[in-house]
Design a protein around this ligand. Structure first.
Ligand SMILES: Nc1nc2c(ncn2[C@@H]2O[C@H](COP(=O)(O)OP(=O)(O)O)[C@@H](O)[C@H]2O)c(=O)[nH]1
Ligand SMILES: [Mg+2]
Length: 481
């Protein structure tokens, strides 16, 4: 992450905490909301993983945490919303719709059974001492837009309805990973737009890349093909995501959770001399020993479970040549998990922090509707909104609101630039090495355009965005002097 953004995160967190401390002073009714908000702004940012049933969400959770914590088979545990957080001892808290919480110790693997009937459960919180979760906690969802309406309902209850409920602020997601193994459908786009995110806080993933197109035995490498196709999906999702990355969650998970042993690599390597048709036969015949002497069906199933058809076809050469170490390295690289991890631990963390700061402003607005505490909350709002440290939060709020009101607004590129900029030149869309005179002229030009926009019909969100941008350019101009 950019060091400038790192500093901004810690400054902003202090500011928000001070506001929450002040909020709490307003009376006993504000103690609970303050507690929720405090938890929200101090915990690690949280990414929600969404997508259809079987798009590879839970597999990705395991790959990201390098631990088999999320169930991926057809257990009932895959049907609930699960939150994964850093914490010891490893345990699950099953939260009922009645608010009651049941605690279960967690062994080495995923939660096996639910202590209550599925329809009585709100969500599950799972704690695990885990370095990745310390940076970014996760919400795994049972799926959207599937044939199973209940899954969709559970997911929506957490992310859409729950996302509007201030009493659940500490459970809110700050950014989203959207998995899809084909072109996204209209209902998925609608669902994504209801999450209140922006392209800066939403990452698209073309999942199951290893079986994309014609798969492991087709003419072209499925992962490379998926990489090319990802651009098309990114175009279709233009107002929702900025990038779509191809990912083989299966290869990533197996490489991350210790499934690749020397024995497995040796078995895989022993297939190196087969041609394409023989590999197909090897996968399909009852007894693979007739193709490769000594190979049992159990050994083959183990290989298929760990690396899939693509891993067998494309990974056997690597396994033969460089053993388990080389195979692991190859799996991490081709799976796409390194690129995704880099993205999720990069600047998106900063945008997630801006997102949640905006959500805190939303929450304050919501709480201020309570007549008894209105004056106190209004005062807190006024104080926080007047802080110079809120500049980027307010820009981001304009960006989010402008997206919601008009996803094609001409103001969006400028807003994005102003939010992501780390120096005055970038606010104007130039690089930091640009000549100060040129930078100044560009700012003047942008200001002129913004002034002209006042003559055209704008939505309320765009109107506010226009004003914020004027402030941003003026601010940048001043700091050039
Ligand atoms: N070939 C292949 N299979 C995958 C991949 N990701 C997940 N799967 C398999 O698809 C099934 C469903 O995955 P899961 O992560 O549970 O999907 P979820 O319903 O979205 O959580 C499991 O059997 C996984 O092993 C992938 O990238 N490639
Ligand atoms: Mg799942």
């Amino acid at each position: 992450m950019n060091p400038y953004h790192k500093q901004a995160i810690s400054d902003l967190t202090i500011l928000l905490r001070q506001a929450i401390d002040a909020l709490e002073q307003g009376g006993p009714e504000l103690v609970e909301p303050a507690k929720e908000l405090r938890e929200m702004v101090t915990r690690p940012p949280r990414v929600a993983i969404v997508g259809r049933l079987k798009s590879g969400k839970s597999t990705l959770v395991n790959a990201l945490t390098q631990h088999r914590i999320a169930a991926t088979d057809s257990l009932e545990c895959t049907l609930v919303v699960s939150m994964y957080l850093d914490g010891a001892p490893a345990r699950a808290e099953i939260i009922g719709l009645d608010g009651e919480s049941i605690r279960e110790p967690l062994g080495n693997g995923p939660l096996q059974k639910l202590p209550r009937p599925l329809d009585e459960i709100d969500y599950v919180r799972q704690y695990l001492p885990n370095v990745s979760l310390r940076q970014l906690s996760l919400i795994d969802t049972p799926g959207t837009a599937t044939l199973t309406v209940e899954n969709e309902e559970r997911t929506r209850r957490m992310l859409v309805d729950g996302g509007q409920d201030t009493r659940r602020a500490s459970s809110w997601a700050d950014c989203v990973v959207f998995l899809s193994d084909s072109a996204p459908r209209d209902d998925e786009r609608t669902f994504l737009s209801q999450l209140g995110m922006t392209p800066l806080t939403t990452v698209g993933v073309l999942s199951r890349a290893d079986s994309f197109g014609a798969g492991a035995f087709g003419q072209v490498d499925p992962i490379i093909f998926a990489g090319e196709h990802a651009y098309k999906i990114a175009e279709q999702l233009q107002s929702v995501v900025e990038t779509v990355l191809p990912l083989s969650g299966l290869l990533a998970e197996s490489a991350s959770v210790g499934r690749v042993t020397e024995t497995l690599a040796r078995n895989l390597g022993s297939l190196v001399m087969l041609d394409r048709d023989q590999v197909l036969d090897f996968i399909e015949v009852d007894d693979p020993g007739v193709i490769v002497r000594g190979f049992t069906p159990a050994m083959r199933d183990d290989l298929l479970d760990a690396v899939g058809e693509y891993g067998i076809m494309a990974g056997r050469g690597v396994a033969h040549q460089s053993g388990a170490t080389g195979l692991l390295k190859w799996m991490r690289e081709v799976s796409g998990i390194e690129a995704l991890t880099q993205l999720l631990t990069g600047d998106i963390v900063y945008f997630a922090i801006l997102q949640r700061a905006v959500r805190m402003l939303d929450a304050l607005e919501d709480i201020s509707n309570n007549y008894n505490v209105r004056n106190h909350v209004r005062w807190v709002q006024e104080v926080i909104l007047s802080q110079p440290g809120m500049h980027f939060v307010l820009l981001y709020r304009s960006y989010r609101n402008t997206y919601a009101s008009n996803p094609n607004s001409v103001l969006l590129p400028a807003l994005r630039r102003a939010i992501t900029a780390t120096n005055p030149a970038e606010v104007a869309g130039l690089t930091s090495s640009a000549d100060p005179g040129v930078v100044r002229a560009k700012h003047e030009e942008e200001l002129g355009k913004l002034q002209m926009l006042a003559m055209t019909p704008l939505s309320a969100a765009e109107d506010e965005a226009r004003e914020r941008l004027i402030v941003a350019h003026q601010h940048a101009l001043r700091s050039l002097r």
